[in-house]
Design a protein around this ligand. Structure first.
Ligand code: GUN
Length: 169
């Protein structure tokens, strides 16, 4: 749909259209619907980022925790959302060799152990190597730094998902 159409939809239909922008967190689309009209898709993406930024710390942590592990159990079992599956495939995370897979499990475990969160990165803006590298680098963060980094990445993920959902022209 074009943005002009999205701006004119009943709120419930707007919310349904953008329900998958934030992983397993469709409720944010209600806040974004209430902020219409938007001038362009970037403004819609900014509204999602703002809604998350303005939320409580507990809600932000719940949003981060709503993300499956990259190359994790849900991926192996085929239980990912369509968005997460295609993003993970874009960086080849669905085709890791045995060594890469083992290294990913090590990094995911170390990250969970230190922060009690899944490692979230905007996969589509990265390569397999930079995703590995980012996990190692981010393991040296403090918990506050890492919550901010994860929310930043979630904003980037949401932005690309919004751009996919708004027709150009
Ligand atoms: N980056 C983009 N999508 C995802 C996801 O589903 N899970 C995690 N952990 N990171 C992501």
């Amino acid at each position: 749909l074009f943005l002009s159409e999205l701006n004119a939809l009943p709120a419930s239909e707007f919310e349904r259209h953008f329900a998958g922008v934030l992983e397993h967190s469709p409720h944010y689309a209600a806040a974004v619907a209430a902020g219409r009209p938007y001038a362009d898709a970037e403004a819609v993406a900014g509204a999602f980022a703002h809604a998350v930024h303005a939320d409580t710390e507990a809600a932000q942590l719940a949003l981060i925790r709503a993300h499956p592990d990259l190359a994790g159990k849900a991926a192996l079992a085929g239980n990912l959302t369509a968005e997460s599956a295609s993003e993970q495939a874009s960086a080849g995370l669905d085709r890791l060799n045995t060594e890469e897979f083992a290294e990913f499990q090590r990094l995911n475990s170390a990250y969970h152990e230190k922060f009690g969160l899944p490692y979230v990165v905007c996969v589509r803006e990265n390569t397999k190597d930079s995703i590995f590298e980012g996990a190692r680098r981010r393991l040296s963060h403090t918990p506050d730094q890492e919550r901010a980094a994860a929310l930043h990445e979630i904003g980037r993920i949401a932005r690309l998902r919004v751009l996919d959902l708004v027709a150009e022209g």
